[in-house]
Design a protein. Structure first.
Length: 120
């Protein structure tokens, strides 16, 4: 399942967005756990959002986060270490590497269509 910010959407993500994000993924995946590819080139995730994602019941088999800069990658890895997540999560700067890593977590079911999140 691919997750990305809706083009042109410029709000700062909030805890309410994270909650809606998880709700949408749960509904679309019909309770099945898929590998998730998330595009976060310019999204800043707040502490409360990180804590929510880390503590929430997993809705994915694994998550690859594509970030834009090495700074985001370093900061993201630091926060992943601070918030123990329940499924494998890894940050990437390259989509091909992310897809290759996610292929280890493929399920035998077909993922639903891509999902755009952080919408109202």
């Amino acid at each position: 399942m691919e997750i990305s910010k809706i083009p042109g959407w410029n709000d700062t993500p909030t805890l309410a967005h994270a909650q809606k994000d998880m709700e949408c993924i749960s509904v679309l995946s019909e309770g099945k756990k898929y590998p998730h590819l998330c595009y976060l080139p310019d999204v800043v995730i707040s502490r409360e959002m990180r804590e929510f994602y880390a503590s929430h019941e997993p809705v994915s088999a694994a998550t690859a986060l594509i970030v834009k800069s090495i700074f985001q990658r370093i900061l993201g890895n630091f926060f992943l270490g601070m918030n123990k997540v329940k499924v494998p999560v890894k940050l990437f700067g390259d989509e091909t590497e992310a897809r290759q890593w996610l292929s280890k977590y493929k399920t035998d079911v077909v993922s639903p269509r891509p999902l755009a999140v952080f919408a109202e």
